[in-house]
Design a protein around this ligand. Structure first.
Ligand SMILES: O=P(O)(O)OC[C@H]1O[C@H](OP(=O)(O)OP(=O)(O)O)[C@H](O)[C@@H]1O
Ligand code: HPA
Ligand SMILES: [Mg+2]
Length: 163
């Protein structure tokens, strides 16, 4: 029998993997040349942006914050902190952890139309909005980031099968 809705797929990313994937992103971006600075899309873009900025020897980091959820309900995106230092984005690198529906990306691209937009992970709906990314995952996959997860005890299989 098929269940009404399929079990969600998860793609769990460890700190090590995030570091490796963010460095892989930096390798793809090194050809951009000298940057004026990096704009991190908070909060998820902060750690990838720090890793990429370190690899590209860029010390100037600006942030932009877009809130799209209000108490778990998706609402109209609100820019709660604009990237004022980056003007129209020319010469700046914009970094986020992932692009999913593309909602955040659309808002930020409109603020910084000349920035190069890079994410570590991309889902198909948002991929056309990204200039450079590392790994694509399917739209129905939820990426579990290390800052959202923690290790926990799982009972042995034999205990769940019963006598
Ligand atoms: O393409 P979208 O559908 O807009 O989804 C992608 C955005 O969603 C997540 O951020 P979130 O808004 O959950 O906030 P956070 O980074 O502060 O966790 C993620 O870090 C991206 O910024
Ligand atoms: O797949 C995801 N994982 C974590 N946060 C997210 N925000 C939008 N999509 C995702
Ligand atoms: Mg985010």
């Amino acid at each position: 029998m098929q269940s009404a809705s399929p079990a969600p797929r998860y793609y769990a990313v460890s700190w090590d993997q995030l570091h490796r994937d963010s460095k892989a992103l930096a390798w793809r971006l090194v050809g951009l040349g000298k940057l004026k600075g990096v704009v991190a899309i908070t909060r998820g873009g902060l750690i990838p942006a720090a890793i990429v900025a370190r690899e590209l020897e860029c010390r100037l980091i600006e942030t932009v914050s877009v809130v799209t959820y209000d108490e778990e309900v998706r609402g109209a995106p609100q820019v709660v902190k604009p990237p004022s230092a980056a003007s129209d984005g020319e010469g700046w690198l914009l970094v986020d952890d992932l692009v999913d529906t593309g909602t955040t990306a659309k808002v930020v691209r409109a603020l910084l139309p000349k920035a190069h937009f890079a994410t570590v992970y991309a889902k198909p709906a948002g991929r056309p909005l990204v200039d450079t990314f590392v790994t694509e995952v399917s739209q129905d996959t939820w990426i579990l980031f290390p800052w959202d997860t923690e290790a926990q005890f799982i009972p042995p299989i034999a205990r769940s099968t019963g006598p």
